[in-house]
Design a protein around this ligand. Sequence first.
Ligand SMILES: Nc1ncnc2c1ncn2[C@@H]1O[C@H](COP(=O)(O)OP(=O)(O)OP(=O)(O)O)[C@@H](O)[C@H]1O
Length: 482
Amino acid sequence: MIDRLTTFLSRLPPFGGSVSRIIVEENQTQMFYRKKRRYFWLIKIWIIGISVSVVTSNFKNILPSLSQRKIIWDSQIFKMAMLILFLHFLLTILWEFFHSHYSPIEKWKLEKLLRGFTEESDLLRQHDSTFHQTKSVKWFYFKVKGQIKITLKTGGHLSYNMENDIPRRLQGYLIKETENDWIIEDKYIDSGEIVVIFSHEPDERIFIDDLSQLKQSNEINIPLTKKLTWTTRQPMGLVVGPTGSGKTSLLKALIVSFLANNPKNKIFTIDGKASFLSIAMKRVGKVATDGQSALELTAELCQVMKERYAQINADIDSEKDCTHAELFKQGTILLVADELLALVGEMQASDKLLKPAERLYPQFYANLMNLIVKGRQSSISVIVSGQMLPASILPTESRDSIGLRIALGRLSQQQAQEIFGLGLKDLPRGDYSDYGGLIWLDGLNWELPRAFKSIYYDDEKLPFKKTLSKFSGSQGGGSPQA
Ligand SMILES: Nc1ncnc2c1ncn2[C@@H]1O[C@H](COP(=O)(O)OP(=O)(O)OP(=O)(O)O)[C@@H](O)[C@H]1O
């Protein structure tokens, strides 16, 4: 009884982030029958109550009515009762409307929807073959900052497959019943508890056309879409896509955003094709376009990484597990390695003429892996980009350290496996038109990569080279410091 009362009260506040609860233990027909009986009893009580009140209040009018041979009666109580009946009727209609599928109050609407879903997907009877019947399920839901978190406590009776399928089914049901967008932002299943976080707003691409809009931040903090942000949680990145898919434009957007983040941030570039990027990037930092200079650049960064680690670990008693940027506020260093395949091809060809100890590629490879695997705490990030990145260039072990992975354009089976470690048929459908693709961000509890629309970089309003020159004027470029 107390449980029922508290769950009822939890659903009363129409707004705010308080958690509402529903216990579903009967189906809609049973509920309808119970409601009908309740209304029937209420009407019965009302009729008896009003009759008794009218008769008692008019008792004194019986004799005058008889003597004057006309009905004299006091209609005050009757009018009052009709008014109460009317108000009750109005409130009932409003209550039903605000708890229906058409309700403008989402929290109230959800009550009906979740009950409907429980019944439509037969949750009260779907069960593991060893159990005969699930007696009840509990729903918890709350809405905060445009997101709706819905938790289903199944009581552990649902089969494993059914539990896994609930988020998809619930999404389908909500879309069917409300005709709104219901986007699954996150979901997880944990010991008899299924949590799905929905929003109604599809993610949207962002535009970069004005430096003043860009974020400032001590560590990496770069919006990728309206909802997704590249942060220090995923310091290493991978951008892959065929010619014309928009890799360079995305790199431009990331580079400009990175420089805008913090005037102390520094960028170093390796461009295997010595293309536009290498020429532009000379304005803000060192650029390598051949094997020897790429090796020197990575060696220099490995040295900086070593020095930064020495600084971080100088206080041996410190309990803090912070990044260099957090501790020393000297900014982040970003290494952009574009078209690695071309560079590695060239290095391997010239290596054939050298003695094993002098070969460039093994040393370059060791440096790059070192930076990718150990760079995070020393606030050194790496973004690798190219049309293809076979395992010979970027081995599978290092890919596990790459928390930001973006594939632009349509993927082949092999690329799907290389970039996301999944088969093509297991990936969600991306919208590949208009510089779109798929994205994976580590540390966000995602089960699968998501559809992604690349940042739109407006070259006319923000010419890349000119913009870099502005940054170099304010920062000075130059060598990285520990
Ligand atoms: N995110 C974007 N914002 C604005 N324009 C874009 C974007 N992506 C692609 N474009 C347009 O498409 C053209 C090709 O894109 P881009 O050069 O970035 O592709 P790419 O994948 O780097 O190609 P390649 O491998 O041949 O260098 C650009 O010149 C630009 O006009």
